[in-house]
Design a protein around this ligand. Structure first.
Ligand SMILES: [Fe+2]
Ligand SMILES: [Fe+2]
Length: 313
């Protein structure tokens, strides 16, 4: 997408996660995916601390170098992440419990800790920089929710929550688990979160803004690549085991494709051409980045077909 994004996806620590989106060989459907125990060991090596980050320059940048219009535009992406991290942290418990093996459950426990750290990262950024006046995490989340879009809320509150609720009632329902992990790891983390992360980080690096945020968000992105690598491993095993699971993966991708496209296009961009760059990449550049990443991962999972229509429009 950009030189800085390419430099980041080339990083050794990012590639160590074995996320197929970072590997050229995935274009041929080949990738040495880490096993669940290896992913756990990598989690131990890739620890980081929210409280070690310094947001003092970010506070100056936010209030003195970034204008009001741009602050408002940036709020869509930032708030979608703040709220999204809280939602995925809350939904992962039933998914972890439904995973069929102990090694999978142990990795997913590490992911629950990661998602909690990501919420703490955004809460500390919002507080230290002074984005909102609200007191308390719940009040800040409610304020951030006002900056999210209708497709964003549908994806989490309807598509994800309905499947996780079903899993909470019936943890042995493997087909629903495949659907939930397709939606969570391939769509929400793999397509939306990582696309947003790489574009927001590149944009700040180009402008030289929000250095504390960039440092922390780069760690968040590395965590997400590790989570997506788990999802690719799990879905490849499930797809090989039963053709009904291949159909379940495809069903979810088809169902959410138009919603994903809606999330990639912020509401404040309505009336703006999708090729226009405005506070970052164009909508079409974001679509292309998300589609390429999904295509590589699906090839490695064993679904070589073009997955969705919306992202390739
Ligand atoms: Fe996260
Ligand atoms: Fe994640």
């Amino acid at each position: 997408m950009s030189e800085t994004a390419d430099a980041r996806t080339d990083r050794v620590d990012f590639r160590a996660t074995s996320d197929p989106a970072l590997m050229d060989s995935a274009d041929r459907g080949e990738a040495n995916l880490l096993g669940y125990e290896e992913l756990y060991a990598l989690w131990e090596r890739q620890q980081w601390s929210v409280h070690a980050l310094d947001f003092s320059q970010d506070r100056v940048d936010w209030h003195e170098r970034i204008g009001a219009d741009e602050r408002f535009a940036r709020m869509y992406g930032l708030s979608s992440f703040f709220v999204g991290e809280q939602k995925v942290a809350a939904e992962l418990g039933p998914i972890m419990r439904a995973a069929p093996t102990e090694a999978q459950r142990i990795f997913l426990c590490t992911q629950i800790a990661d998602e909690a750290r990501h919420v703490a990262f955004f809460d500390r950024f919002y507080t230290e920089v002074g984005v909102f006046e609200e007191e308390g995490l719940e009040a800040r989340l409610a304020a951030a929710t006002k900056h999210t879009s209708e497709p964003f809320r549908r994806l989490f509150d309807e598509c994800l929550t309905s499947r996780v609720d079903r899993l909470a009632r019936e943890p042995e329902d493997l087909e629903t688990l495949v659907e939930a992990i397709t939606l969570y790891h391939m769509v929400i983390e793999g397509m939306l979160a990582l696309t947003g992360q790489h574009t927001i980080i590149s944009y700040n690096e180009r402008l030289g803004t929000l250095p504390g945020f960039v440092e922390g968000f780069t760690n968040v992105a590395r965590d997400e690549h590790r989570h997506v690598a788990f999802g690719a491993r799990f879905l490849r095993e499930m797809a090989q085991a039963d053709p009904r699971h291949v159909a379940a993966i495809q069903r979810v991708l088809d169902e959410v494709a138009p919603i994903v496209d809606g999330v990639l296009k912020p509401p404040w961009r309505s009336g703006v051409d999708d090729d226009t760059r405005l506070y970052g990449p164009s909508v079409n550049e974001s679509r292309a980045f998300a589609a390429k990443a999904l295509e590589r991962r699906l090839k490695v999972i064993g679904l070589g077909v073009r997955p969705t229509h919306a992202v390739a429009d």
